[in-house]
Design a binder for this molecule. Structure first.
Ligand code: ADP
Length: 221
């Protein structure tokens, strides 16, 4: 059984007369211990795919399962519960609550998953190298620190799946290296990662790269 499985996902958007076919029959599977990169030009459907995989959006066709549990076609509250327990999400922005410290952002994610583990909280903050910034609010940390804090939040509840949208998009080469090492450690621990990225360094780290074009997986970009 794949950790993450998407079968024949379709997603259409309607704006007045216009219909956009954002995803046209996308099937994906990610196994435990595997990192899959998704690349594609702007508008190819990458963000829509991530939203459908995480249950933040409902596809118009097809289904998504996480460890065999369906996340699609369920009420929002149930999707949110599956997400909190099983899926870590790192988006390009909006990962941290501005009014909470780094530490409290991580703790909140643990609370949402129903388990606060103080030992893990300390370990995680240490792992992402933010011990000295744990009481700082997001407005007072650098872009690289914010990216590492976002990764700590995504991994807080020990999810089986990590979905990441350009996790190294806004960071320098050194932070990119650190983030890749953290992703590698998570993968070696049996985590499954799907990462949308323009970065060739990230894609080179992945076990496989999928190319999305015009809402479909294609053989090559
Ligand atoms: P990418 O992340 O690869 O840039 P997106 O998933 O954002 O691609 O978009 C895929 C297509 O769907 C694009 O043509 C985009 O304009 C369209 N689209 C995305 N979100 C919406 C929306 N909320 N309403 C209408 N069209 C959308």
């Amino acid at each position: 059984m794949s950790v993450l499985e998407a079968f024949d996902i379709y997603r259409f958007y309607h704006a007045g007369e216009e219909e956009t076919l954002a995803l046209r029959g996308v099937s994906i599977h990610v196994e435990a211990g595997e990192m899959v990169a998704v690349q594609g030009p702007s508008g190819s459907g990458k963000s829509t795919l991530l939203a459908c995989l995480s249950g933040l959006d409902e596809p118009d066709g097809g289904y998504v399962t996480v460890l065999g549990e369906r996340i699609t076609r369920r009420p929002e509250a149930e999707r949110a519960a599956v997400r909190a327990r099983k899926i870590g999400i790192m988006l390009q922005s909006g990962n941290l609550f501005d009014h909470l410290s780094v530490e409290d952002n991580v703790r909140l994610q643990m609370l949402l998953a129903g388990r606060v583990n103080h030992l893990r909280l300390d370990e995680l903050i240490d792992l992402v190298g933010l011990n000295h910034r744990r009481h700082a609010r997001p407005a007072h940390i650098s872009g690289g620190e914010a990216a590492r804090a976002a990764l700590a939040v995504a991994l807080a509840a020990e999810p089986k799946v990590l979905l990441a949208d350009e996790p190294t998009g806004e960071v320098d080469a050194e932070t990119e290296k650190q983030i890749l090492q953290l992703l590698d450690a998570y993968r070696k621990n049996g985590g499954a990662i799907l990462v949308v990225t323009h970065s060739n360094a990230v894609a080179a780290y992945a076990n496989r790269t999928l190319h999305l074009f015009d809402g479909r997986i294609v053989d090559h970009a």
